[in-house]
Design a protein around this ligand. Structure first.
Ligand code: MN3
Length: 242
């Protein structure tokens, strides 16, 4: 990992008041829990590289099949990287980190293609890390406390995350975020990311149809339930909340 890049990126995030959702991610990945973690860290903030998956394409079966993951990562996620590379070539954005591109293009109609592709790269990398083989189950005690303080119980937290995911009309994302001292379940449309509202993402679930249609067809609720119960990486959420 290039320390200078990481520091620059963290400083920029702080200056923007983003409170380093990525810094939490970086800290977690830097702990080396995933093979190839360092590669993921560096690539996650680069607009030019498809970050490595933190596990094999078949590692989330049977909840998410290798078929779905292969298309989702290899075609969709890669497609956003290929698009962004072309869109930023020779522009002021070419040498910026992904987070910087997102912050500078957010809300600007003329830059929406750049924003959409940059945010989708960020969102997908965050989504892959929001899951792990044999995930779900009991959250770590420190996260459990935060969930109980904000939602009343772990079950209520999961239910609000589920509700956000199934009620998002059309394409988008469901998120567990930290907003100030509270945790919240929120949804965003299309490529939108809670970073731009000053909230710190802890976990995300992709609810674009391409995330589940090959495995679940129209049954988004079944996909979301299975992800929450069997794949969600609560340790990743806790690291992001730190
Ligand atoms: Mn997707």
């Amino acid at each position: 990992m290039d320390k200078k890049d990481t520091n620059d990126s963290a400083n920029l995030l702080d200056r923007r008041g983003f409170l380093a959702a990525s810094a939490g991610t970086l800290a977690f990945l830097a702990m080396g829990r995933f093979p190839g973690a360092a590669r993921t860290v560096h690539a996650a903030s680069s607009p030019h590289t498809l970050p490595a998956l933190p596990y094999a394409e078949n590692a989330l079966e049977p909840v998410i099949t290798a078929n779905t993951l292969g298309f989702h990562y290899g075609k969709h996620h890669k497609g956003y990287v290929d698009n962004l590379k072309k869109l930023v070539a020779g522009t002021q954005y070419a040498d910026m980190s992904l987070e910087e591109i997102i912050s500078k293009t957010e809300g600007q109609d003329k830059k929406s293609a750049i924003f959409n592709n940059a945010a989708q790269i960020w969102n997908h990398t965050f989504y892959w890390n929001s899951m792990k083989p044999d995930g779900g189950g009991e959250p770590p005690a420190a996260l459990k406390q935060k969930m109980q303080a904000s939602f009343g119980s772990v079950e209520s937290c999961k239910k609000e995350l589920f509700d956000a995911a199934v009620s998002q009309f059309g394409s988008g994302w469901a998120w567990l975020v930290q907003d100030g001292e509270s945790l919240k379940a929120v949804k965003t449309a299309n490529a939108d990311v809670p970073l731009t509202s000053g909230m710190k993402p802890l976990i995300t679930i992709d609810v674009w149809e391409h995330a589940y249609y090959l495995d679940y067809q129209n049954r988004r609720g079944d996909y979301v339930t299975a992800v929450i119960d069997k794949l969600i990486n609560w340790e990743f959420a806790l690291q992001n909340a730190a």
